[in-house]
Design a protein around this ligand. Structure first.
Ligand SMILES: [Zn+2]
Length: 206
C-alpha cells in the first residue's frame, strides 16, 4: 500500500485487526466503530476464522472504494466491491445499472460473476467480499448462493440493506449457508461518496 494512502486511518486499521482477530467465533454481526470499541448488533451470524493478514481489511475496502469511484465517474450510484481469496483480489466490480441498462448489475453481482469465471466454479466458499454499501436483498441472496465466507461492509443502507438494516438474510437458520458479517471498515468514506453523489443529483434536478 502507498505510504500516504492510509493517512489518518491507522486507528481504524488497528481496530479492524484486533476485533476480527479476537472475536472470531463469537456470534453476531460484528461492527467496527471509530471509538475503538467493537460492538455486536443483534443477529446470530456464525463467525469463523477471517484468515487475513493485519491491515488487509482496510486495504481491500480501499480497493472496493476505488471501484465506487469508477462508478461515480460514470454517474452511477457509487458502490464498489472486490472479492478476495488467499489475501489477493480475484475480482473487482462497480455498479453499472444505468450504463448497461440492467437492474441486476450491482457491484456485488458483477464481482461474483467474475470470481466464478476466474476460479471455474460457482462455489466461492474460501472467498470474502468487501463492499462499500450494505448489500440489497438480491445481492445478499447471491452471496449465500455463492457461499461467500465473510462480507466486509463499509456503510449500512437503512433503506434497502438486507444484512441487518431492513432485513438480515445472511443469518436465516433454515438456509444452508450463513455469512460472517463485519461492518465499519472505511465507513465514513464509503458513506460520504454516496452522500456527495445524491447531493449532486438533487442540485441538478432543481
Ligand atoms: Zn444489490
Amino acid at each position: 500500500m502507498n505510504k500516504n494512502e492510509g493517512q489518518g486511518l491507522e486507528g481504524k486499521i488497528e481496530h479492524a485487526e484486533c476485533c476480527a482477530g479476537t472475536n472470531a467465533g463469537t456470534p453476531g454481526i460484528f461492527h467496527v466503530n471509530k471509538t475503538g470499541q467493537g460492538e455486536h448488533k443483534p443477529g446470530n451470524v456464525q463467525n469463523r476464522e477471517y484468515g487475513h493478514e493485519p491491515g488487509c481489511h482496510l486495504h481491500f475496502m480501499k480497493e472496493a472504494y476505488k471501484e465506487a469511484l469508477k462508478a461515480y465517474g460514470k454517474e452511477e450510484v457509487p458502490i464498489g466491491a472486490v472479492i478476495v481469496k488467499d489475501n489477493r483480489v480475484i475480482a473487482r466490480a462497480h455498479n453499472e445499472r444505468e450504463s448497461r441498462k440492467d437492474a441486476t448489475l450491482h457491484a456485488e453481482i458483477s464481482a461474483i460473476k467474475k470470481a466464478c469465471k476466474k476460479l471455474g466454479t460457482w462455489r466461492l466458499n474460501d472467498c470474502d467480499m468487501y463492499v462499500t454499501l450494505e448489500p440489497c436483498v438480491m445481492c445478499a441472496g447471491a452471496l449465500i448462493q455463492a457461499r461467500i465466507r465473510t462480507v466486509f461492509i463499509g456503510a449500512a443502507d437503512p433503506k434497502a440493506g438486507a444484512v441487518g438494516s431492513v432485513i438480515n438474510v445472511t443469518n436465516v437458520e433454515k438456509f444452508n449457508h450463513r455469512i460472517n458479517v463485519v461492518y465499519g471498515v472505511l465507513e465514513e468514506e464509503c458513506s460520504l461518496i454516496l452522500k456527495k453523489f445524491f447531493k449532486k443529483l438533487r442540485l441538478r434536478q432543481e
